[in-house]
Design a protein. Structure first.
Length: 171
């Protein structure tokens, strides 16, 4: 993952926090083969990748041999990977620690392996659950893309439908 100046500062700050807390980053091969993920949106019941005008709310994930990196408008944040495991054929779990959440889990539910589509289920330390619809960055060409073009000034972001995560996860 390439970082700009601000991104490098944010990432190094999160690494410094882990170091101050005596967290040891262990090198391990990720249990999941796809390690770069970007969001999908739903519009008229179809799935799209979305290129926003303003990337402030654009969430993406990158996993390397020692950290689980979450990129938001605040910049990339390093999470220590406490544990990672393959739960079953298309389900993977990462237990994480970061400066923003001392213990959380992110479960990758691969719902369409061919297209690289997954539901990320994040369980925070206070047991709240959040869901994100994601696609492996290497497979972005398998879905159409909506681009919010704003060459000269910021534009309003588009409104999308909330996916039915229970249906996607077959609950």
């Amino acid at each position: 993952m390439n970082f700009g100046e601000f991104d490098a500062e944010s990432y190094l700050m999160s690494l410094s926090y882990l170091k101050e807390e005596n967290r040891i980053l262990k090198k391990n091969t990720p249990v999941i083969s796809e390690t770069h993920w970007i969001p999908l949106v739903q519009y008229n019941k179809k799935l799209f990748a979305y290129y926003p005008c303003d990337f402030y709310s654009f969430y993406k994930v990158s996993i390397n041999d020692s950290t689980f990196i979450e990129c938001t408008g605040e910049g990339p944040i390093a999470n220590q990977i406490l544990n990672q495991k393959k739960r079953k054929k298309n389900t993977f779990e990462f237990d994480l620690c970061s400066m923003y959440d001392p213990i959380k889990s992110v479960i990758f539910h691969i719902i369409n392996p061919k297209k690289g589509i997954a539901v990320f289920e994040t369980i925070s330390s206070n047991k709240e659950r959040y869901y994100s619809l994601m696609i492996a960055a290497s497979k972005i060409n398998r879905v159409p893309i909506i681009v919010n073009l704003c060459n000269f000034q910021k534009q309003r972001e588009l409104d999308f439908e909330e996916p039915d995560f229970n249906k996607l996860l077959n609950h």
